[in-house]
Design a protein around this ligand. Structure first.
Ligand code: ATP
Ligand code: MG
Length: 258
């Protein structure tokens, strides 16, 4: 597996002592039933520390997106439990889950999912407006400066580069101060330079703003921006790595056969 992303400079100590922001407790997920059943997760227990940047890696089909969707309340578990902060989300009604996702969770996907008719600023503020909350202007300004979008706020998505669009999506996730941001292949559609920008920003939001981020990626260099990498194979957590570098991640992936 190769990567063209620039390596991150240095690395801060991992805040491993912080209590978990989100926990999966013996989570299993089965899609379908009978002969057609797919066991996407088979008893996953893992916690994600507050204020830490964690990457989830593993071969295609190993359950990375499924785990993320279960952690974020986008999908229900078949067995086990998920806790987000003090909330036990297993067994919540659809309405409760909708509110939880709206108020406590941020998402960044491979496709940027911006609204084309809104400016960058309007896109960033949309989730707060939808939840009837007021934007904290000072916080908005800080987020905009960290993502480096100050001079692009009045642009519409089609007037922005891919990297800039993804930074808008990151700012949109961050501005609502969610307990956790879940990112599934956030750099999957970006070239190496734009990818490095977005990863640098995600890491800065963890370091400078205390944000908690869980990111799925295939890229060892992208994973090396994280404090910790959790490896999945066949729906099970098989390994983890603290303070990863591109080389140590690659070695670990090779030893997993991924
Ligand atoms: N909605 C679904 N219905 C049936 N099977 C599913 C569904 N979603 C995922 N699966 C299956 O569950 C397994 C895990 O899928 P998942 O999307 O979590 O993998 P992944 O690790 O994210 O892979 P990739 O790296 O390709 O994105 C796969 O075998 C997949 O085919
Ligand atoms: Mg996936």
């Amino acid at each position: 597996m190769t990567s063209t992303f620039a390596s991150p400079p240095g690395g801060a100590p991992s805040p491993a002592a912080a209590p978990p922001a989100v926990v999966a407790d013996r989570v299993s997920k089965v899609y379908g039933s009978g002969d057609a059943a797919v066991h996407a997760l088979r008893g996953v227990s893992v916690g994600f520390a507050q204020g830490a940047f964690t990457a989830i890696m593993g071969p295609s089909g190993s359950g990375k997106s499924t785990l993320m969707h279960c952690l974020a309340g986008l999908d229900t578990v078949s067995e086990g439990a998920v806790r987000l902060g003090d909330a036990e989300i297993t067994g919540m009604s659809d309405k409760q889950l909708t509110l939880l996702r709206r108020d406590r969770v941020g998402f960044v996907f491979q496709a940027f999912n911006l609204l084309p008719t809104l400016t960058a600023e309007q896109n960033i503020l949309l989730p707060l407006q939808l939840s009837g909350r007021k934007a904290d202007r000072a916080w908005f300004d800080q987020v905009v400066d960290v993502v480096g979008l100050r001079d692009r706020l009045s642009h519409r998505p089609n007037e922005l580069s891919g990297g800039q669009q993804q930074r808008v999506a990151c700012a949109r996730a961050l501005v609502a101060r969610p307990q956790v941001i879940f990112a599934d292949e956030p750099t999957g559609n970006l070239d190496s330079r734009a990818g490095a920008e977005v990863l640098g920003f995600l890491r800065a939001s963890v370091r400078e703003m205390g944000q908690t981020i869980v990111m799925v990626t295939h890229d060892p260099v992208a994973a090396s921006y994280a404090d910790r990498v959790v490896f999945l194979r066949d729906g099970v957590v098989v390994n983890e790595l603290l303070q990863p570098t591109p080389d140590t991640v690659l070695d670990r992936l090779k030893s997993l056969g991924g």
